[in-house]
Design a protein around this ligand. Structure first.
Ligand code: CLF
Ligand code: SF4
Length: 493
């Protein structure tokens, strides 16, 4: 068996493969074949398959208020990160090296550091070479959409069947608060007029891609007070136009990044605001909740970065036999697919049983958010070693993955960090809204501080599968009469 790299989502409806529970059942075989090994388009697949990005696209044709050009494109990547720029030849070499070393690597994406379609020669040369040299790798691109319509034919020619468009608004008045200018037909255009052109190009590009049968994911950056309520309309419209998946990402605005929003004190959304908006949009749209806001040169499973293993000097020293690697990759893929298919059938069967069960009153008990320090699908990480917690919502009808919270490591090995107290404080703040934290082990100090903040630590389910452990804890809380009322929010919220 292939060990999944993180817990699968439980409580999804039949055939779920992408994101929000219950949103992606009933996929056609053609679409399932396209998404089943794409770690971003399929939540299940991201436990088995990895992606990598090559940073070949330096220029951008618009300005977003959350972007500083010194860093990667914040439409797809975590702000404040600088990727190493590669030529198309270097990018191809790196891709072959990674794919030969990491059989899980199924997708090559171009997502920066600027806009890939504002650098068409470099982007398409990379895709052209890879389609020839590594036909088993899916190709993926992320764009702000301004140059998209004139690139659709070429995207289709290179067999790129996954495109992400960042659409933050469909109203130019909202857009004028996000985009100060665009570069269009050799001119810089400002304000509302610029936003109107960008929106029209994004919508046209979306329609053209859908008409070509290319799967479209829409990214939206949630900017409190600017486009938060508006994103519900965006979600409805892009779904109506045929987008497959909507990924609402939190704005990250820090003064240290030197962005307009960062310097102006524009705040980022809290996790509960992000979840509430994702839940509100989920009625109309498949929602992605496992995005990790990768770097433009990210390598590995979502949430991990193995870029250091593939620097240009290391690649140079590698002897790559890609034909032999393809045999290994095909064997890995076949095994992973068989496991994913078995899981899908199991879920389908379970949901059929539920459908045909006589209707009985649901047991009482409100939903509870639990944070899990997980590894390979089990409650397996020490609280102090975790770099992220996976967040699950447990309720009477099952367990559903709802997101993740990044934290700093509280301790490395047996050493507690120098500023452990403030790291712990920040971790507790990051876990706001969660009522329980499950981990394999936890020290006395963090236990005490978590409890004081209204979050119950739990180390009793070490090495158990995550969903089973979360459900057991929820049932214990129900039996103890803790789920009949809304508790006061955790003190750190
Ligand atoms: Fe890369 Fe984006 Fe393709 Fe995925 S990432 S270009 S669709 S292969 Fe994925 Fe990373 Fe989130 Fe992007 S987790 S930032 S959604
Ligand atoms: Fe920055 Fe990306 Fe916006 Fe261009 S599209 S300004 S690179 S965030």
């Amino acid at each position: 068996m292939i060990a999944p790299q993180a817990p699968r989502t439980a409580g999804c409806s039949a055939g779920s493969c992408g994101s929000s529970a219950g949103q992606m059942g009933g996929l056609s075989d053609k679409i399932r074949a396209k998404v089943q090994d794409h770690p971003c388009y399929s939540e299940d697949a991201h436990h088995y398959f990895a992606r990598m990005h090559v940073a070949v696209a330096p220029a951008c044709n618009i300005q977003c208020h959350y972007c500083n050009r010194k860093y990667d494109c914040a439409n797809e990547s975590r702000p404040g990160v600088v990727s190493e720029l590669l030529t198309p030849d270097q990018a191809v070499k790196k891709t072959l090296a990674v794919a030969a070393t990491i059989p899980q690597m199924s997708v090559l994406g171009i997502a920066g550091p600027g806009d890939p379609l504002a650098n068409p020669a470099r982007t398409f040369e990379t895709f052209r070479q890879l389609a020839l040299k590594a036909p088993d790798i899916k190709l993926c691109v992320s764009t702000n959409g301004l140059a998209l319509p004139e690139c659709v034919e070429e995207l289709a020619r290179h067999n790129i069947d996954h495109v992400t468009i960042t659409i933050n608004c469909i109203d130019p008045d909202v857009g004028a608060k996000i985009y100060p200018w665009i570069f269009w037909n050799n001119q810089r255009i400002h304000g509302r007029k610029a936003a109107a052109i960008l929106i029209a190009q994004q919508q046209k590009g979306l329609e053209m891609l859908v008409a070509k049968g290319i799967l479209v994911k829409v990214n939206s950056v949630l900017i409190p007070g600017v486009n938060d309520e508006h994103l519900k309309e965006v979600s409805k419209l892009v779904k109506a136009k045929g987008a497959f998946l909507h990924n609402v990402m939190p704005l990250i605005a820090e003064a240290a990044h030197g962005t307009f929003y960062g310097l102006m004190g524009q705040r980022s959304p809290r996790p509960d605001e992000l979840k509430a908006l994702q839940d509100a949009c989920a009625g109309d749209m498949n929602m992605m909740r496992h995005c990790r806001q990768c770097r433009a040169d990210a390598v590995g499973m979502l949430g991990e970065d193995r870029g250091d293993e593939f620097t240009l000097d290391k690649i140079e020293a590698m002897d790559i036999d890609y034909e032999a690697a393809m045999v290994v990759r095909a064997a890995f893929r076949a095994q992973a697919m068989a496991e994913l298919e078995a899981k899908r059938r199991h879920k389908e069967k379970a949901s059929q049983i539920l459908r045909f069960q006589p209707r009985v009153a649901k047991p009482a008990g409100r939903p509870v958010l639990m944070a899990v320090a997980a590894k390979n699908g089990a409650v397996a990480a020490h609280f102090g070693h975790a770099k992220e917690f996976l967040v699950y919502e447990a309720a009477a009808d099952g367990v559903k993955f709802v997101g993740h919270r990044k934290v700093e490591q509280y301790c490395a090995g047996n050493e507690t960090c120098g500023d452990a107290e403030s790291v712990l404080e920040r971790s507790i703040h990051a876990l706001a809204g969660c009522e329980v934290v499950l981990c394999s082990r936890i020290g006395i100090d963090p236990w005490r501080d978590l409890e004081a903040a209204g979050i119950q630590p739990n180390g009793e389910h070490a090495m158990e599968p995550v969903e089973d452990a979360v459900m057991v804890v929820w049932r214990e809380m129900l039996a103890a009469g803790k789920l009949d009322f809304k508790p006061s929010a955790a003190k750190c919220a």
